[in-house]
Design a binder for this molecule. Structure first.
Ligand code: ADP
Length: 548
C-alpha cells in the first residue's frame, strides 16, 4: 500500500519561490565587479530570475542545455543559479582560475551553449572565445554603460539588456525532480576534470541536510557571507540554503583580500561564513596585524582542505568564532561530514575538545560512510585504524558526466554502490572521521604510511610558520621519506634544524621529516588548495640530492 501524501517534485525553483513569499524583504548584498555595493531583496532576485528565464527562452536555451558561467559571488550569478536551473536547463559553473586550456576543455566537454561572465574575466573570454565551438554567444554580466568595446568577441551580449527586454511574467515549469540541474567539474588535480551532474532532487536533499543544526546550523537570523566561490561546488550549497531558511546573503564579489572581507563582515554584521583554510589565513593575518575584532561573527565553516589546530584555536579562542570543520567533495555536492561536537564533549578540557573539532567530523544524515582495507574489508571505528574512505547517499555521484572511464562506484554485495573518495581516514567510536591523507599524497616510508596532514598541522603550530606542506620525497633506502616545505612568516627566523626539533616528542621519531625546504610561496590550485603534485614534481628528488 502506498502512502497518500502529495508527490510534489523537489525543485530548485521552489527555493526562490519560498524565499520571495516568506522572506521577500530579506537582503542580498553584493560587492560588484564595477566596484560599488549593490543591495536588493529575495523578492527582487526572484523577479529578475524570472526575467532571465524568459531571456533564456528567447536565446533558445532548451531543457537540459548547459549554460556556463565564469563569475564571482554576486547577485547576477545568483539569478543565473535560479533562472537557468529553474527553467530546466543546466547551470554549469566554471572555475575561472583554471588554465585557459582547461576552461576550453570543460566548456567543450559540457557542450555549453552560452557562457555568462563577469567583466574581470574578459581577457580570459577573449583568449578562449574562438576555441569554444559549442558556445553560441558570450554574455557580459553588466549593463550597457560598462560593456566592453571592440573586444574582438564575435557574439557578445549584455546581461542587463537581456533582462530589460524580458518580462517577469513567468511560471516555473513543473520538472521531473530527477532531471539535471547543475554541473560542476572537479578541479582536475588528479587528471582531466570530471563533470558531476547534480539533480534537482539531490540538490534539495543536500540543502535540507546542510542547513541542519549539527551541520551548518543556518536560520533566518543569520547573515551568511560565502567566501567559497559559487564556482567551487556551488559555494558549498549556501545560495540554496539561504533561500530555504531565509538568511541574508552577502556576496564579496572579486574582493577577497583580508581588508575587504573584514570590512564587509563588519559593515553587514555577518554571522556565518565559509571558505578554504588559505582564505582565512589572509583574513586572520589582517585582523591580527591591525588589532581588530569581529563584532558579530559567530561561526565559520572551514573545509576543502584540513583546518590546522592553530587556525581553529585562533578563531575560537582569540576571536570567539566557532569553527565548523567540514569535509566534502565535488562528488558529494559537497557536504559529507561536519565536526560539530556532541553534548558529552562539553565536559572535556578545551585541548581535548579542539582535538575532536580538528577531525573532519560526523556524517550528516543522508551520507553513509565506511573505511576499508586494501581488499575491501570493512575496518573498525576505533579512531586508530585507517583505511580508504567510501561513501554513499542520495547526493553522492553515481557516474561522471559523459564519462569514458566507466562507473567509478565500488559495488558491495551487489545491492549498493559505494563511491571511493580517494581519502584515507580513521573513524572513532563517536563516528568522527579524520582524514590522514589523500591516497595519492600518502607518504610510504619502508612500507609504512606516514600521514602528511598531521605533520603539516604540527608545522603550522610553530609561530614562525605561515604555510606548510609535507610530501613524500624519493629515498634510496626507504622508498619515500617526508620532506617538509615551509613558507616562513614575514621577518621570522627559523632554520630547518629548529623546525625538525619542533617535532620531537610530538610524533614517532621515524615520522619526523628528513629535511625542510624554505620557499617564498607554495603553489595553490584553482580552489585555493596547495598543489602537492606540483611540489612533488619540484622537490620529489630533493633527498636524492637531485636538482630542485
Ligand atoms: P579536488 O579533488 O579537485 O581538490 P574537491 O574540492 O572536490 O576537488 O576536493 C575534495 C577533496 O578535498 C577531498 O577528497 C579531500 O581530500 C579534500 N578535503 C576536503 N575537505 C577537507 C578537510 N576538511 N580536511 C582535509 N581534506 C579535505
Amino acid at each position: 500500500m502506498n502512502g497518500l501524501m502529495m508527490h510534489k517534485q523537489m525543485l530548485i525553483s521552489s527555493l526562490i519561490i519560498h524565499a520571495d513569499r516568506h522572506h521577500g524583504d530579506t537582503e542580498i548584498v553584493s560587492r560588484r565587479v564595477e566596484g560599488d555595493l549593490h543591495r536588493y531583496t529575495f523578492r527582487d532576485c526572484h523577479r529578475r530570475a524570472r526575467q532571465l528565464a524568459n531571456a533564456l527562452a528567447n536565446l533558445d536555451v532548451k531543457p537540459s542545455d548547459r549554460v556556463g558561467t565564469l563569475a564571482w559571488n554576486g547577485y547576477r550569478h545568483m539569478e543565473l543559479y535560479y533562472g537557468v536551473s529553474g527553467r530546466g536547463a543546466v547551470m554549469h559553473t566554471i572555475n575561472p582560475r583554471l588554465h585557459e586550456d582547461q576552461v576550453v576543455y570543460i566548456a567543450d566537454h559540457a557542450e555549453d551553449k552560452y557562457i555568462f561572465f563577469d567583466l574581470t574575466f574578459l581577457p580570459l573570454v577573449q583568449a578562449i572565445a574562438a576555441r569554444c565551438t559549442t558556445v553560441k554567444a558570450f554574455v557580459a554580466m553588466t549593463d550597457r554603460a560598462h560593456m566592453p568595446e571592440d573586444c574582438g568577441i564575435a557574439n557578445l551580449l549584455c546581461y542587463e539588456d537581456l533582462l530589460e527586454d524580458s518580462s517577469p511574467d513567468y511560471e516555473w515549469p513543473s520538472l521531473d525532480e530527477d532531471s539535471a540541474s547543475t554541473l560542476c567539474y572537479t578541479s582536475g588535480t588528479t587528471g582531466n576534470p570530471k563533470g558531476v551532474l547534480y539533480s534537482h532532487r539531490s540538490t534539495l536533499l543536500h540543502t535540507f541536510a546542510a542547513a541542519l543544526p549539527d551541520a551548518l546550523n543556518c536560520s533566518s537570523r543569520d547573515t551568511i557571507l560565502p567566501v567559497v566561490p559559487m564556482f567551487h561546488v556551488n559555494a558549498w550549497g549556501i545560495p540554496y540554503i539561504a533561500c530555504m531558511v531565509g538568511a541574508k546573503l552577502v556576496f564579496p564579489g572579486p574582493a577577497l583580500d583580508g581588508k575587504s572581507l573584514y570590512e564587509l563582515f563588519e559593515a553587514e554584521q555577518v554571522t556565518l561564513s565559509a571558505g578554504v583554510p588559505t582564505v582565512w589565513q589572509g583574513l586572520l593575518g589582517y585582523v591580527e596585524q591591525n588589532g581588530l575584532a569581529f563584532s558579530n561573527m559567530k561561526r565559520t565553516v572551514i573545509g576543502g582542505a584540513a583546518c590546522s589546530p592553530s587556525m581553529l584555536r585562533t578563531f575560537q579562542e582569540d576571536h570567539g568564532v566557532q569553527v565548523l570543520h567540514a569535509w566534502g567533495m565535488t562528488e558529494l555536492s559537497p557536504l559529507g561530514t561536519v565536526g560539530t561536537l556532541k553534548s558529552r564533549h562539553s565536559t572535556m578540557s578545551a585541548i581535548d575538545r579542539h582535538a575532536v573539532q580538528c577531525k573532519q567530523g560526523r556524517a550528516v544524515f543522508g551520507v553513509d560512510m565506511k573505511i576499508v582495507d586494501q581488499d575491501g574489508a570493512e575496518l573498525p571505528w576505533n579512531g586508530q585504524t585507517s583505511g580508504e574512505l567510501l561513501v554513499r547517499g542520495p547526493w553522492v555521484v553515481r557516474n561522471y558526466f559523459r564519462s569514458e572511464d566507466g562507473n567509478p562506484l565500488r559495488i558491495d554485495g551487489g545491492a549498493h554502490g559505494w563511491f571511493p573518495t580517494g581519502d584515507v581516514a580513521t573513524i572513532d567510536a563517536d563516528g568522527f572521521m579524520q582524514i590522514t591523507d589523500r591516497s595519492k599524497d600518502v607518504i610510504k616510508s619502508g612500507g609504512e604510511w606516514i600521514g602528511s596532514i598531521e605533520l603539516e598541522n604540527i608545522a603550522m603550530a610553530h609561530p614562525a610558520v605561515s604555510q606548510a606542506a609535507c610530501i613524500g620525497a624519493k629515498h634510496a633506502k626507504w622508498d619515500e621519506r617526508p620532506l617538509l616545505i615551509v613558507v616562513r612568516k614575514p621577518e621570522a627566523d627559523l632554520t630547518g634544524e629548529q623546525m625538525r626539533m619542533f617535532y620531537e616528542g610530538k610524533v614517532a621519531k621515524w615520522w619526523i621529516p628528513d629535511d625542510v625546504v624554505f620557499v617564498d610561496a607554495v603553489p595553490l590550485g584553482a580552489t585555493g588548495k596547495i598543489l602537492k603534485n606540483r611540489l612533488r614534481e619540484q622537490f620529489g628528488d630533493h633527498l636524492l640530492g637531485g636538482a630542485h
